[in-house]
Design a protein around this ligand. Structure first.
Ligand SMILES: Cc1ncc(COP(=O)(O)O)c(C=O)c1O
Length: 375
């Protein structure tokens, strides 16, 4: 049987990984400034993570959501405390798309409306409603296009209100910092205005923190910088440090009822153990402070490079914008200098999404390589 050929692949085969490094089958070491697309939060194969997941597997790896699972309760408590979102309720699933799909569905149940407002350049995943709110017609099948979605420019509150006033919008979904779209972020006034408008017109504000959450920006969630409280917050990527887990945090104004949402694998024992290990390490190693320190260092160094047109993003969700397509540069970084970086919809943007354990000396290695390539 052949694989369904949907992924453009680098010809590299990682077989081992540790902290910010991955190793291929020949033992070549690569510096991972991509984190498997912002997934690796506490570093590859962190000893505490390996221990907790292995111990859990030796006890019980999975049972369905028809029994008591104290690990889910522990995860909700620990996550609430560390994210300062204690009053929210937690629903667990398996991926970012599934988190957004459930968020949108819940918004529709709650408001009894069905139109969605999303923003230009957005990416929310590939399931039905999530992909319909993604601004990329190439990945929206006719089946998905049946959802009623209006795309508005990020920052345009006037158009948002024009759409909301018709009173048929169940949800406004927004990445506070657009990931794949190219690291665009609007102002606190915009996000606060969005929150007020959603309340005024009884629509649910969904903050998609799938990429930006779990400490990646130096705050637990990116929206916290703007002093808002979304109705639903979706999470995945860094939540399991590679173990597939996603979830939504739901404001107490939205009530649960038995059977409303569900998932076979969501919140299984192994996934909870993985996410608890992530939270423990985030706190014990003070990784959000590390994110701030290393980010500042990176930005200072980037600003010294005349060939960099703009430094985008914040925390360790960063990008360097050039006046040329970066695809060849990325190839040279990975094959010549053994450094993984990321791309974006904006072809001139080189993205940096390392494990949150990355240190300044790793950033030095990157800039030395970059300088050689930009000569
Ligand atoms: C902001 C955002 N939302 C949702 C998703 C979808 O997540 P997943 O691939 O886990 O379904 C992604 C993935 O890149 C993302 O960046």
């Amino acid at each position: 049987m052949k694989l369904f050929d949907v992924y453009p692949l680098f010809d590299i085969t990682p077989v081992k990984a540790q902290d910010v490094y991955v190793f291929d089958e020949k033992g070549t070491q690569y510096l991972d400034l991509y984190g498997g697309h912002a997934v690796i939060s506490i570093g590859h194969s962190h000893p505490e993570y390996v221990k907790k997941v292995s111990e859990q597997l030796n006890n019980i790896g999975f049972y369905s959501n028809s029994i008591q699972n104290p690990l889910q309760v522990e995860l909700a408590l620990t996550l609430g405390k560390l994210s300062k979102c204690e009053e929210y309720q937690l629903f667990l699933c398996n991926s970012g798309a599934e988190a957004n799909e459930n968020a949108l569905k819940l918004a529709s149940f709650h408001t009894n409306k069905k139109k969605i407002i999303a923003f230009k350049n957005s990416f929310h995943g590939r399931t039905s409603a999530a992909v319909a709110t993604t601004d990329n017609s190439k990945i929206v099948a006719p089946l998905n296009a049946q959802q009623a979605v209006e795309f508005i420019n990020l920052g345009d509150l006037v158009s948002v209100e024009k759409a909301l006033v018709k009173n048929d919008v169940c949800a406004v979904i927004v990445e506070i910092i657009q990931g794949i779209g190219g690291l665009y972020e609007s102002t606190a006034e915009f996000y606060q205005g969005l929150s007020k408008l959603c309340k005024k017109y009884n629509s649910i504000l969904i903050a998609d923190e799938v990429q930006s959450g779990f400490g990646r920006t130096g705050d637990f969630f990116a929206f916290q910088k703007h002093n808002i409280m979304p109705d639903i917050i979706s999470m995945a990527k860094g939540m399991g440090n590679g173990f597939p887990i996603g979830g939504i945090l739901i404001h107490p104004t939205i009530k649960a009822s038995l059977g409303l949402l569900g998932s076979t694998f969501g919140g299984n024992h192994l996934a909870c153990a993985a996410s608890l290990a992530v939270l423990n390490v985030l706190e014990s190693q003070d990784l959000m402070q590390n994110v701030k320190d290393v980010s500042e260092y990176f930005i200072e160094k980037a600003q010294l490079l005349s060939k960099v047109n703009a430094v985008k993003g914040r925390g360790l969700m960063l990008g360097l914008e050039f006046d040329f397509n970066v695809s060849e540069l990325r190839k040279r970084l990975v094959f010549k200098h053994h450094i993984f970086t990321g791309s974006a919809k904006n072809l001139n943007l080189l993205r940096i999404l390392p494990p949150l354990t990355v240190q300044k000396h790793h950033i030095d290695l990157f800039f030395e390589a970059l300088k050689q390539e930009l000569l």
